[in-house]
Design a protein around this ligand. Structure first.
Ligand code: NAI
Ligand code: MG
Length: 479
């Protein structure tokens, strides 16, 4: 594998710096490989190559042919499912079954957007007599993509699928903590025959390669998924060049359980949605809001389930893996320690498997009861297997609480009342609302994105194609 290289203009090459970065397996803390430490000079070459591709063969390719390339990549990914699954699990520490889902999802992104490439139609508009107006949807041009480490393979498909389908040439900066699957996926993309420069990959550090990409004057759009703090830096850098941004910055998504809900079904989904990827999911349902009349009973059941959760190395395929890094482990343990200092009671805690390596970055899955509404556990993204339970009084209180953080990414509402389902869906300020269910991960067709500090712009579905295109109005005066 070309793991110590950058991919620019259809060729694998050493980064200009000649430097590499070590990659570590979160399950053991041991070194598993190296990646290129790409930086500003590589980013500049990648942007120039993308511009040439956009103005050349890639930009001139018919939509149907672009779509075919994407579909072919989807097929190719499925042919390499086992290999990519093992690589993703090793690199991120996630359980094998989850890694397999991720690889199936990245294939689906390319299948979905491959099929969509020639179905993005423009519009015509009735105007004055003697005129005809049409709206063309054109690609933006060169798009920059900065993605995180929690779902490297899925993010590769989620961000590049719609950008390429719409006809943009892309420069991708994956995360330094985990990006081996992105390197392998880029190799597969090269094999299916994307023209040189259509896809460029520059691994490296956020403050080097990432900052160089977001501040590059010749990109036409930047798409970023990651922390709110870096989202601000990206947007400021892009603003200098008047470059638009799509930002997805995580959340503190609520699961709202009313007394009339099917508790058994709710509990299974609530637990699964939290522990998936060890809580390191932007759309993790990390707050459970419970109607006061059923609070004790529901917590008893939820605690029973939580106690049985196990964290262990990816190949054990348990409920949780390790978190991504020592830094992230310390960050999550910091939340647990501060909660203890603030006398917030633990309702139930799972275990780290006895066979887990001491060098791995494990955190026991933890459920906190009666978390005060203004506590950081109720308001901030932990990005670990930590669930905060909070009681509410009535529907109005539930809405207040659900909307009471800086975030607004997704929400789950559990109730049998149809009218309440509709009222809640309308009242919640979040990009996705699930009724008696939860989960955005697989929903390739479903527009996804934030309100408030969860970001702006939309990914997934046809909405993503709209983000990666721009409307051009053409007015004919035909007399
Ligand atoms: P981060 O925001 O630093 O990293 C995300 C991506 O941004 C990586 O590719 C990184 O290299 C890049 N980056 C970092 N600094 C940059 C800069 N100055 N300019 C351009 N690109 C830059 O996130 P980090 O530090 O890995 O995680 C911290 C917290 O962020 C997590 O605990 C979690 O709460 C949140 N997060 C949310 C994610 C989501 O899916 N919404 C994904 C990853 C992290
Ligand atoms: Mg960071």
């Amino acid at each position: 594998m070309n793991s110590t290289r950058v991919f620019i203009d259809g060729h694998w090459a050493s980064p200009t710096s000649g430097e590499i970065l070590d990659m570590v397996a979160p399950s053991t803390g041991e070194k598993i490989g190296t990646i290129a430490r790409g930086a500003a000079a590589d980013i500049d070459m990648a942007v120039k190559a993308a511009r040439r591709a956009f103005e050349g063969p890639w930009g001139q390719m018919a939509a149907v042919d672009r779509g075919r390339l994407l579909s072919r990549l989807g097929q190719k990914i499925l042919e390499h499912e086992d290999e990519l699954t093992a690589l993703e699990a090793l690199d991120t520490g996630k359980a094998l079954k989850l890694a397999r889902n991720d690889i199936k999802a990245v294939a689906r992104y390319f299948e979905f957007y491959g099929g969509a490439a020639d179905k993005l139609h423009g519009e015509t508009i009735p105007f004055l007599n003697g005129y005809q107006v049409m709206i063309l949807r054109e690609p933006r041009g060169v798009t920059g993509h900065i993605i995180p480490w929690n779902y490297p393979a899925q993010m590769f498909g989620r961000t590049l699928g719609p950008a390429l389908a719409a006809g943009n040439a892309a420069v991708l900066k994956p995360a330094e903590e985990a990006c081996l699957s992105c390197i392998r996926l880029t190799e597969l993309a090269a094999e299916v025959g994307f023209p040189d420069g259509a896809i460029n990959l520059v691994p490296g550090l956020g403050e080097e390669a990432g900052a160089a990409l977001s501040s590059h004057p010749d990109i036409d759009l930047i798409s970023f998924t990651g922390s709110p703090e870096v989202g601000v830096l990206i947007q400021k850098a892009a603003a200098e060049n008047h470059v638009p941004c799509v930002l997805e910055l995580g959340g503190k998504s609520p699961q709202i359980v009313f007394a009339d809900a099917d508790h058994g079904k709710a509990i299974e989904t609530i637990v699964a949605a939290l522990v998936q990827n060890t809580g390191q999911t932007c759309s993790a349902g990390s707050r459970v809001l419970i109607e006061r009349s059923i609070y004790d009973q529901f917590m008893t059941q939820l605690s029973r389930r939580f106690k049985n959760l196990r964290a262990g190395p990816h190949q054990m395929d348990l409920d949780c893996g390790p978190v991504i890094s020592k830094v992230q482990q310390e960050r999550v343990l910091g939340f647990l320690e501060r909660a203890r200092a603030d006398n917030i009671e633990i309702a139930a805690q799972g275990e780290v498997h006895a066979g887990a390596s001491d060098g791995g970055y494990f955190v026991p899955p933890t459920l906190f009861r009666l978390v005060p509404r203004d506590h950081e556990l109720a308001r901030e993204e932990v990005f670990g297997p930590v669930l905060a339970a909070i009681p509410f009084d009535d529907e109005a209180d539930a809405i207040r609480l659900a909307n009471g953080t800086d975030f607004g990414l997704i929400a789950g509402v559990w109730t049998d009342s149809g009218a309440r389902q509709m009222r809640m869906a309308k009242a919640i300020r979040a990009g996705q609302v699930y009724i008696n269910g939860y989960g955005a991960g697989g929903g390739i067709e479903l527009p996804f994105g934030g309100f408030k500090k969860s970001g702006h712009g939309r990914e997934k579905g046809f909405e993503a194609l709209r983000e990666f295109t721009v409307a051009k109005t053409v007015v004919f005066n035909h007399g």
